[in-house]
Design a binder for this molecule. Structure first.
Ligand code: ADP
Ligand code: MG
Length: 394
């Protein structure tokens, strides 16, 4: 790797701004449901403590859309992180403020400050130059340890690198190395399982997977736009209207190249988006108006399993249904069991997908769990990650 790492520089007594990915999944009451990302951030933080650095941590959490959202404050994350490190974390109520600047000034070696949710400020996502400079002013050195966000051109990921020396953290380095070794020259058949709800994110990458994978298995919220694009009625299921044309083209291209793009043949539909909604299993051409698809059906599960058993490499990002609710978890659960039964090298990524493999106790049988969902798909496409590119070369 040609990028500088935290191990290549002297951090002693220096103020280090570490962009971590502490974007953990939360339940309706704001409790953290899975701490994988917090745990993944520990090696770099430990390293900095041991080497007497002054540590400033920053992350985003959820999708506050550039505004303050009480439920998305970093406080519960600070508490959880503090427990893991057995150390006090000074949680700031702002990203940039006089108080923050003063606290930074007073930092002693080994101290840890956690800034407020970066995405409360709209300038984070717009990669605003002034905001990037303000962030940079807090520290002597910037460390990117947020692999899961490295496909995004945001101020704390890209803009900041213009102003202070910028290096990889231990997690970022490990993610890039592991994914390279597993996915750069994958054994075939290579099957990608795609689901989840961030449809615009995920649909966008599918075309580029055409050059890499042999089969795409689609489920979750993202598959309904594909289904609709070839004429199925999808009721109230998730839909990305302006991607319909694109979806149709993608399906045609897969066909032309003799590759498989598998869509559900049956689904579990619900009358309402509720855990205890009335539900039924229907063939894909029979989704009733006003109902919505919340899981893949049993015939689809069987077909997908067959494909998974034949695979030599599997990348999974996105649950097959609303697995948080028992009534709609079967697809995700069965796929989780299938991938550990297969002989394939398996890579699983994405906050919720990781939560799912943990829920079904299969996490330790997976070859590699990456903290990045979208980022791992981008990596697979062979696209350079902007936030990695922005770091200093060796
Ligand atoms: P990841 O975090 O693994 O990248 P996403 O955030 O894209 O995955 O999506 C996960 C979410 O998608 C889950 O919370 C799940 O409830 C939801 N989901 C899955 N299938 C559907 C569906 N058919 N309709 C609506 N939401 C869905
Ligand atoms: Mg998610």
């Amino acid at each position: 790797m040609n990028k500088k790492s935290i191990k290549d520089i002297d951090v002693k007594n220096k103020k280090i701004f570490v962009r971590v990915d502490l974007n953990v999944p939360l339940d309706d009451e704001g409790n953290i449901t899975d701490e994988t990302r917090i745990i993944a951030s520990l090696p770099t933080i430990d390293y900095l403590i041991k080497n007497n650095a002054k540590i400033i941590l920053a992350s985003h959490l959820g999708r506050p859309k550039g505004k303050f959202v009480e439920k998305l404050k970093m406080d519960p994350v600070a508490i959880a992180l503090g427990k893991h490190l057995d150390k006090e974390i000074k949680k700031m109520d702002y990203v940039i403020s006089d108080k923050v600047k003063n606290e930074v000034k007073d930092l002693r070696s080994g101290d840890i400050l956690l800034l407020e949710n970066l995405r409360f400020d709209p300038r984070e996502k717009s990669n605003d130059d002034n905001f990037s400079r303000e962030l940079a002013k807090l520290a002597d050195i910037y460390v990117n340890d947020a692999f899961g966000t490295s496909h995004r051109k945001h101020a704390s990921m890209v803009g900041i690198c213009k102003y202070i020396p910028s290096v990889m953290g231990l997690l970022l380095e490990k993610e890039l190395r592991s994914l390279s070794s597993l996915l750069k020259k994958p054994k075939h058949p290579f099957v990608t399982i795609l689901g989840g709800s961030k449809i615009s994110d995920k649909i966008g990458v599918v075309r580029n997977l055409l050059n890499v994978v042999d089969t795409v298995i689609a489920g979750g919220g993202m598959c309904y736009t594909f289904l609709k694009s070839i004429g199925f009625e999808i009721g109230n299921s998730l839909l990305e209207e302006d991607m319909l044309e694109y979806c149709k083209q993608v399906l045609d291209e897969f066909k032309d190249k003799g590759k498989k793009f598998m869509l559900p043949e049956d689904v579990v539909v619900a009358k309402e988006f509720k855990h205890d909604s009335i539900l039924k299993t229907v063939n894909i051409e029979e989704i009733p108006e006003d109902w919505l698809g919340l899981d893949i059906g049993p015939r689809t599960i069987d077909k997908y399993k067959e494909e998974i058993m034949r695979a030599k490499t599997i990348l999974w990002n996105g649950p097959m249904g609303v697995f948080e609710w028992e009534s709609f978890e079967k697809g995700t659960k069965e796929i989780a069991y299938a991938i550990i039964e297969s002989k394939a090298k398996t890579v699983v990524g994405g906050g919720d997908t990781i939560a799912a493999v943990k829920k079904y106790s299969v996490a330790d049988k997976i070859s590699y769990i990456t903290t990045g969902g979208g980022a791992s798909l981008k990596f697979l496409e062979g696209v350079k990650l902007p936030a990695v590119e922005a770091l200093n070369n060796k």
